[in-house]
Ligand binder design. Sequence first.
Ligand code: GDP
Length: 298
Amino acid sequence: MFDTLSDRLSGIFTKLRGKGRLTDADIDATAREIRMALLEADVALPVVKSFVAALKERARGAEVSQALNPAQQIIKIVHEELIGILGGESRRLQFAKQPPTVIMLAGLQGSGKTTLAGKLARWLKAQGHQPLLVACDLQRPNAVNQLQVLGKRVDVEVFAPQPGNGVGDPVSVARESIEHAKRTMRDIVIVDTAGRLGIDTEMMAQAAAIRDAVNPDEVIFVIDAMVGQDAVATAEAFRDGVGISGVVLSKLDGDARGGAALSVRHVTGQPILFASTGEKMEDFDVFHPDRMASRILG
Ligand code: GDP
C-alpha cells in the first residue's frame, strides 16, 4: 500500500534538494505536485485541500533553519501534516466503568468485520480480558459459522442463535448476549453485525437497532483500505446512520493506493484505532499515525 504515493512524494522532494531558500513560486509548485500525488492516491478532495493549504501556510512561514535545508523542511512539514490527517496520537479502546464493555463492529459486507472480531478477541484475551464474541450477522449465510471457526481458533466463546430456534433476530441475539456475558463474567462483548455490499437503509436500521439494544461503549466502523473514492460515501453513511466512535482499517497489506486510509479520519471525525494487515489472526495491531506517516514517506 502507498507505493505509488511514496514514489511520487520522494520524486517531489528530490527536486527540492540542492535548492537554497524556497521562493513562493517554489512552494506553490511543490504544493501543486503534492496535491496531484494525493488526488492520484484517491485521497478525498476535502482532505487534500486542507492538507495543501496547511502545507503552503507552514512552508511560507517556516523559519530559516540552520539545521534543515529547504527539502528537509518540506519533508518535515509533510510528515507532520500526514500524522495530523491520520489523527495525531493513537487512541486506546474505551472501556466501560461497569463491565461488560460492549464493542460493536459495523461496515459493509466483505470489509473484514468477522475477521476483525476474531483478531480483536485474541488481542484482548492476550491482555487478560475475557471476551465474548457475538454473531449478529444473520444475513450472510456463512457468517455465524465463520465466527464460530474463528472463535475456536482464538479460544473464545461465540454467542450465536441456537439452531432450531428459527433464524433468529439479530437484535434479540445482541440483547441476550449481554445478559449471557454478565452471567458468565465476561468483561468484553464483541458484536459482529451484518453488512451489505452497498449502503442500504435496511442494513443501517438494523445496525442502529442493535446499537440501541446493547448500548455500546465503542462502535467501530471497519473499512477496507482497498476501496478508493467510495470510502468517503460509505464512511459518511455509517457515521450518520449508526454513529461511530472509532475506525479500523482492514486489508492494509493490499496493493492499493491508500486514499481511504488517508481520508477516513477526516471524513468521520473519529480516530483510527487498529490496523488489520492480513487474513491471519495475528495480522493486527494498534494503529500508530506516526508510523504510518513514516511508512508513506519511505
Ligand atoms: P465481513 O463480511 O465484513 O465480515 O468480512 P470478512 O471478515 O468475512 O472478510 C472478507 C474477506 O477479507 C475474507 O476473505 C477475509 O479473509 C479477508 N480479510 C479480512 N481482513 C483482511 C486483511 O486485513 N487483509 C487481507 N488480505 N484480507 C483480509
